[in-house]
Design a binder for this molecule. Structure first.
Ligand SMILES: Cc1cc2nc3c(=O)[nH]c(=O)nc-3n(C[C@H](O)[C@H](O)[C@H](O)COP(=O)(O)O)c2cc1C
Length: 321
């Protein structure tokens, strides 16, 4: 997740139990782009000890091929093409989710990338731009190429991060595509993971916001599938997690103001719903310095009450992007 799941965040994930696979923030690709240094650094210093897919966003075929070539000199497991980003500026340039309006161009891009990428080639897509019934045409194109996996976020581009999720279309993708399909969207707990696998028949799960809120999730899912029990995190554990985020995910060399801004961004995924009065969210958001922010956390996150894993439907994190 752009500007969220960076190297610092991966370091914290490594402490809590990493997933089986990481996907980088996207490399922005255009005619004179160079791979962003901070994302290259995440690949080179990957602290999780698991394979990494380098994600590309763009619509310029020669530039995508050139960038994929440069990235294949790095320690990556494959190249992932973003067909999901809903940011209006990205879509306007026919990149990310915007490409879903031009399936014939997706065909060109995948043909060129498949011919030049010797490692895995994967796609991350949403289920259409305006409506999910457009996704059938996109699947026709994806079926034509030798892809190694396709991750499907169960929303259209127009739906952004709305509560609705079209898991039925992930099932269609899992039925039609020969490669493994990874389901994505709203997986925030083991219960949600089980429900999504049952609803979609997907081979794997991709988790974004749920992992920022609950860094225990990868371990919890692994334990649940192997029949082991995972300890249930409490509010005290959440308080410690916030501490790790501040000291590890927020660049220790950056000025306090920048670190505070970064922590607040991450807290927007974590805190909603933890305090029904909303005071914790309000106080941390308006905190002028580190002391004020941690005082608010200390006032609310002290009990061994279980951590509620499901963020509220109307929580600010759904409106963040
Ligand atoms: C702040 C933010 C940044 C994101 N950046 C990316 C990105 O760089 N690449 C990508 O494939 N998806 C990106 N996404 C989408 C997520 O990967 C994911 O598809 C979406 O949030 C739904 O899954 P979730 O409910 O597990 O978060 C981003 C989402 C958010 C909220």
């Amino acid at each position: 997740m752009q500007e969220v799941t960076d190297l610092g965040f991966w370091r914290v994930v490594a402490e809590y139990g990493p997933p089986d696979l990481l996907v980088t923030e996207y490399f922005r690709v255009h005619s004179d782009s160079r791979p962003e240094r901070q994302i290259l650094r995440a690949i080179r210093e990957n602290p999780c000890g698991v394979p990494v897919l380098a994600q590309l966003i763009g619509g310029d075929v020669p530039a995508l091929v050139r960038t994929a070539g440069l990235l294949q000199r790095e320690r990556i497991a494959g190249i992932d093409l973003n067909l999901g980003c809903p940011a209006p500026l990205v879509c306007k340039k026919d990149a990310g989710g915007g490409l879903l309006r031009r399936p014939e161009h997706i065909d060109l891009i995948l043909g060129a990338l498949r011919a030049s990428v010797a490692t895995s080639l994967t796609v991350k897509t949403r289920v259409g731009f305006d409506r999910p019934d457009e996704f059938g045409t996109v699947l026709d194109i994806l079926c034509r190429h030798r892809l190694d996996a396709v991750s499907v976020h169960a929303r259209t581009v127009r739906e952004m991060y709305a509560p609705v999720a079209h898991y039925d279309w992930i099932r269609t993708a899992a039925t039609r595509l020969r490669c493994p399909v990874i389901a994505n969207g709203n997986i925030s707990s083991v219960a949600a993971a089980r429900a999504v696998i049952a609803a979609t028949g997907a081979r794997g799960l991709m988790i974004g916001r749920g992992a920022v809120r609950n860094p225990w999730i990868f371990r919890q899912i692994r334990d649940a599938w192997s029949g082991a029990t995972s300890p249930a995190p409490t509010l005290v554990d959440v308080r410690q997690y916030i501490d790790r985020l501040y000291h590890v995910a927020c660049d220790p060399a950056a000025p306090e103001r920048a670190r505070l801004g970064r922590l607040k961004k991450l807290l927007a995924f974590i805190l909603p719903g933890l305090d029904p009065s909303g005071e914790l969210v309000a106080r941390t958001r308006s905190a002028a310095d580190e002391k004020e922010l941690f005082r608010a956390c200390d006032d609310f996150l002290t009990s061994t009450q279980p951590f509620d894993l499901e963020p509220h439907q109307d929580s600010p994190c759904t409106a963040l992007v």
